[in-house]
Design a protein around this ligand. Structure first.
Ligand SMILES: Nc1ncnc2c1ncn2[C@@H]1O[C@H](COP(=O)(O)OP(=O)(O)OP(=O)(O)O)[C@@H](O)[C@H]1O
Length: 239
C-alpha cells in the first residue's frame, strides 16, 4: 500500500482500490472513494460491513494493506467514534471533553484563548449540553455522552469530519440536534462522512453528496453504479 501526499489542489482525501482489515483479514476490499468536498458522504451498511474500518482509514489511523490513500497535506480531521468505543469512566467533565477539540489548534499545553472558549461554548450550545458542562462524563446517559462527543468534533472546526453512527440510540431531540450540527458543518464548508445503518441519512446526502452502500462480509468488490443527481451508489463488498 502507499500513502500519497497530494498537492493543495488535490482531493481532500481519496481512496483508490483500498483494502484494509485486521490481522491479515480484510474488512474492506478494493474500495474507491473520494468524498465530495463540502458535501455529505454516507457510508450505509449493516453491522460488520466495514464502515468503521473505512472511517479509520479516512482518518489516517488505520493503514491500508493495499491500494492508495491520498490526504491533502495539513488538512485537519475530526473523528467521532461509536459511543461504545469510548470509556464512560473517563474522569473528565463535559467541558473538558469538548475543550479537547481545541487541543490541535492551540497545542495541548497552549493558552486557552477567549476564541477557544467561545468555540467550546458554541459547541456545547449546539448540542444543548451547556447545563451539563461541569458534570463528569460517567454521570451522563448514553445519549448525553454522544452529544458531548459530537460537540467535541464541532469544536475542532476540522476540514474533514468523520462520524460513526452519531445518531444511533439517541432520542428524537438529540437526533435533530445532530442533524443540525451536520448541516452547520457543511455550511461551514467541512466535508462530512457519516457511517450509519439508517437509510434516512442516505436521503439527506442527496442530491449533491455521495452514498456508499456496503454489504457484509467484505470479500470482493461489486460494481460501482453511478446514479442521477450526483449521488454515487456503490462500492460494495459482496459475500
Ligand atoms: N479491532 C478489530 N480487530 C479485528 N477485527 C475487527 C476489528 N474491528 C472490526 N473488525 C472486523 O472487521 C469487520 C468490519 O467491522 P467494522 O466495525 O468496520 O464494521 P461496521 O460496518 O462499522 O459495523 P457496525 O455497524 O457493527 O459498527 C467485522 O467483521 C469486524 O469483526
Amino acid at each position: 500500500m502507499s500513502v500519497l501526499r497530494s498537492p493543495t489542489t488535490g482531493p481532500l482525501v481519496r481512496l483508490t482500490a483500498v483494502t484494509a482489515g485486521y490481522g491479515g483479514r480484510p474488512a474492506v476490499e478494493l474500495v474507491d472513494l473520494e468524498p465530495p468536498e463540502g458535501r455529505l458522504t454516507v457510508l450505509l451498511g449493516p453491522n460488520g460491513a466495514g464502515k468503521s474500518t473505512l472511517l479509520a482509514v479516512l482518518a489516517g489511523i488505520l493503514r491500508p494493506t493495499g491500494g492508495h490513500l491520498e490526504r491533502r497535506p495539513a488538512m485537519t480531521t475530526a473523528l467521532v467514534v461509536q459511543r461504545s468505543a469510548v470509556s464512560e469512566r473517563m474522569p473528565l467533565t463535559v467541558r473538558e471533553v469538548v475543550s479537547m477539540g481545541r487541543w490541535r489548534a492551540r497545542g495541548a499545553v497552549g493558552l486557552v484563548r477567549a476564541a477557544d472558549r467561545r468555540i467550546v461554548d458554541d459547541a456545547l450550545d449546539a448540542l444543548r449540553i451547556g447545563r451539563l458542562a461541569r458534570r463528569s462524563l460517567h454521570e451522563l446517559s448514553g445519549g448525553q455522552r454522544q452529544r458531548a462527543l459530537v460537540a467535541q468534533a464541532l469544536a475542532q472546526r476540522a476540514d474533514l469530519v468523520l462520524l460513526d453512527e452519531p445518531a444511533s440510540g439517541v432520542d428524537d431531540e438529540a437526533q435533530g440536534l445532530i442533524r443540525a450540527a451536520v448541516d452547520a458543518e457543511l455550511d461551514r464548508g467541512a466535508t462530512v462522512v457519516q457511517a450509519t445503518h439508517d437509510a434516512g441519512w442516505a436521503r439527506r446526502a442527496e442530491p449533491h453528496g455521495l452514498v456508499l452502500r456496503m454489504t457484509a462480509p467484505a470479500a470482493t468488490r461489486t460494481a460501482l453504479d453511478g446514479c442521477e443527481g450526483g449521488v454515487g451508489v456503490g462500492v460494495g463488498v459482496a459475500p
